[in-house]
Write a protein that binds this ligand. Structure first.
Ligand code: SAM
Ligand code: SF4
Length: 329
């Protein structure tokens, strides 16, 4: 699949549910309204859409959400998609999770062909963890991380940089990830979805995080690439890597290789734009995959050049109305 700007689309991210057992302050409002179950694709339908994308050239697939591991019987989908890894049609099957359910799923994930996972963790302080996630418990996540390590999963920690919240902990996080053998990626807060707070209060540019880290760590920029928006640095003292995802301060759109599917079968060609394609109608219209594949081609044909995220005092409204939990980040 090649879009109008010559970019190869080889990476599909799938939000398998918009629901979550946490209510992170930058992601959701506390009283979220979730989608009615009838609108949500069944696991079989998700498998059909993912398989169509794989036939069309997708080589990497990431399950996300909401929290992917709270979707009922999700392992059925993971195991089923694992067949594409066995067949050599897919290079990587992975997921982004808050880690709360990882203790009971880690082993099965590894058995299904998942080799690495991203776990979101913004703080190592149990009280702060509660403040950020509202409903989460740090202990559950650290148990999950232990289980992931024991199962042989490679872990990357995702940390959203939050001004006045976790900005005193970045050194500790780098150190801890070094001890645990995890890579670490910092993420800037993106203006997605109304969360009942003003984002300028949370926004911390990663250029500031980097300068702060450079006081204590030797960071060397590398040309390591995952086809994503992160820039990577080697940390001499820990031997691990740190990534920085800076959608607001650095424009990464020219190398974008991905599209995002929601749990209702809506395809977003860009995280930062409203334009989307409905794949559920063609999926349900026919038992053959012809109409679905035609709709995918049509959608890729209008992948936009880039996003227009802005966070400043003049822009009080989110740049896109949907929450991150709809498209999964
Ligand atoms: N629930 C899973 C988790 O937390 O990892 C997967 C979905 S979550 C939406 C995916 C990632 O998006 C997480 O790392 C989370 O921290 C990040 N995220 C959520 N809202 C965000 C926002 N407004 N700006 C930047 N990152 C955000
Ligand atoms: Fe849930 Fe992940 Fe959003 Fe937190 S960031 S509320 S864990 S979907």
């Amino acid at each position: 699949m090649i879009d109008p700007f010559g970019r190869h689309v080889s990476y599909l991210r799938v939000s398998v549910t918009d629901r979550c057992d946490f209510r992170c302050v930058y992601c959701m409002a506390e009283d979220m309204t979730f989608l009615p179950k009838a609108e949500i694709l069944s696991l079989e339908e998700l498998d059909r859409v993912c398989s169509a994308f794989i036939r069309k050239g997708v080589r990497k697939l990431r399950l996300t959400g909401g929290e992917p591991l709270v979707r009922r019987n999700i392992m059925q989908l993971v195991r089923s998609l694992g067949r594409h890894i066995d067949a050599g049609a897919l290079d990587e099957l992975t997921l982004t999770t808050n880690g709360s359910q990882l203790a009971r799923h880690a082993e099965a994930l590894r058995e299904a062909g998942v080799e690495r996972i991203n776990v979101s963790l913004d703080t190592l302080d149990p009280e702060k963890f509660k403040e950020i996630t509202r409903w989460g418990r740090l202990e559950k996540v650290t148990e999950g991380l232990d289980a992931a390590k024991a199962a042989g999963l490679k872990v990357k920690i995702n940390t959203v940089a939050l001004k006045g919240v976790n900005d005193g902990e970045f050194d500790r996080l780098v150190e801890w990830c070094g001890e645990q053998g995890f890579d670490l990626t910092f993420i800037e807060v993106m203006p997605m979805g109304d969360i009942g707070e003003t984002r300028v209060d949370q926004y911390l540019p990663l250029s500031m995080v980097r300068s702060q880290l450079q006081k204590n760590w030797t960071l060397t920029e590398t040309n390591y690439q995952t086809g994503g928006p992160a820039r990577y640095y080697d940390v001499a003292e820990t031997g691990r890597r740190i990534g920085m995802i800076t959608p607001l301060t650095h424009n990464f759109c020219e190398s974008c290789n991905r599209v995002r599917l929601t749990c209702t079968g809506t395809l977003y060609m860009c995280l930062g734009q409203e334009d989307a394609a409905d794949l559920r109608t063609p999926l349900r219209a026919s038992e053959s995959d012809g109409p679905l594949e035609a709709a995918i081609d049509e959608a890729i044909g209008r992948k936009p050049k880039g996003h227009d995220f802005i966070i400043d005092r003049r822009h009080k409204k989110p740049a896109v109305a949907r929450h991150m939990s709809v498209t999964g980040g």
